[in-house]
Write a protein that binds this ligand. Structure first.
Ligand code: PMP
Length: 304
């Protein structure tokens, strides 16, 4: 495969039929988003946020892009900003992985840390303050920007449908941080299969199942407020996965599948196996593995 630049490598990731035993012999298909060049599902979003900002006239060549992020969106935004020669400041709560913050800086972004205990809400507030101070700045704000679910609805969802061609999809299982991935892909899959069951995955400590809210080690998913993209979204249920279960499946995937998956992918696999128990024999279930374990090695992802 000959390509001319890094951006041509975004999207069209593999969909793997996981070679494993499952409840009811359900087929689990996982979209391997770690194969994007920035290493995660959020490369697609970075490109979409900047593109839409340019189209809407909010981003000019002098504009500084500022975004609050747990990390992967930051890498995606930094990658996209590099393409358009724009300066970037990423506001990241201190607790998020060293590797992700290092990669953002490698792409030329400035990383501004906020206290971990203030969570993503603290990062959002700081991003808005910075934008007000700078003036010629744009905060795409993935948590409420419609480009977020849209890019997944129009790229990742159709890729899954094309890869599965004539196989009907009974269930979709995916984690939620901003909720863009889940909302966008579910919309695309439900347009094709209206009876599809959709399960959102969150770590224990997130509030979708009623809480209680507390910190968790599973990175990239978990919400502190109901994502605006979920307001009119009809989903079947929420699967709340403990950090222990998510990390168990991270280690399991390396040992049994030879696949390096991050903790949100471990949670997605744990939840998929729970959902499989409720499905008819040999049904098809689709899930998403958003990134790889390699960006969490400093957090001892294989050693818990
Ligand atoms: N997993 C990982 C590793 C992520 O970085 C993110 C994005 N924060 C997600 C899952 C969830 O994606 P979304 O924000 O679209 O809900």
């Amino acid at each position: 495969m000959l390509v001319e630049n890094t951006y041509d490598l975004i999207g069209h990731t593999p969909l793997m039929h996981l070679p494993m035993e499952t409840p009811n012999n359900v087929n689990i298909y996982a979209k391997l988003e770690m194969f994007n060049p920035g290493g995660s599902i959020k490369d697609r979003l970075g490109m979409a946020l900047i593109q839409r900002g340019i189209e809407e006239g909010k981003v000019k060549s002098t504009t500084t892009i500022i975004e609050p992020t747990a990390g992967n969106t930051g890498i995606g935004v930094a990658l996209a900003a590099l393409k358009h020669h724009l300066s970037v400041k990423l506001v990241v709560p201190e607790k998020f992985s060293y590797e992700k913050q290092t990669l953002m800086r490698a792409l030329g972004a400035e990383v501004v840390n906020t206290p971990s205990e203030e969570g993503i809400k603290g990062a959002i507030a700081r991003a808005k303050e910075l934008a007000a101070e700078i003036g010629d700045a744009y905060v795409p704000l993935q948590f409420q920007n419609q480009a977020n679910p849209d890019v997944y609805q129009h790229t990742l969802g159709p890729e899954i449908l094309a890869d599965l061609a004539n196989k009907p999809i009974a269930a979709f299982v995916a984690g939620a941080g901003s909720g863009g991935t889940f909302a966008g892909i579910q919309k695309s899959l439900k347009d094709a299969y209206p009876d599809l069951k959709g399960y959102v995955v969150e770590p224990a400590g997130s509030i979708l199942n009623g809480g209680p809210a507390h910190s968790h080690r599973t990175e990239g998913i978990g919400v502190e407020f109901i994502p605006p993209f979920f307001k009119s979204l009809d989903y079947t249920g929420v699967k709340t996965i403990s950090d222990d279960d998510a990390f168990y499946y991270v280690r399991w995937a390396a040992k049994h599948l030879g696949l390096f998956i991050g903790s949100s992918s471990g949670a997605a696999l744990a939840a998929s196996l729970e959902v499989a128990k409720e499905l008819p024999a040999k049904a098809n279930l689709v899930t998403v593995f958003p990134d790889s374990s390699e960006r969490y090695l400093s957090e001892h992802i294989y050693e818990v």
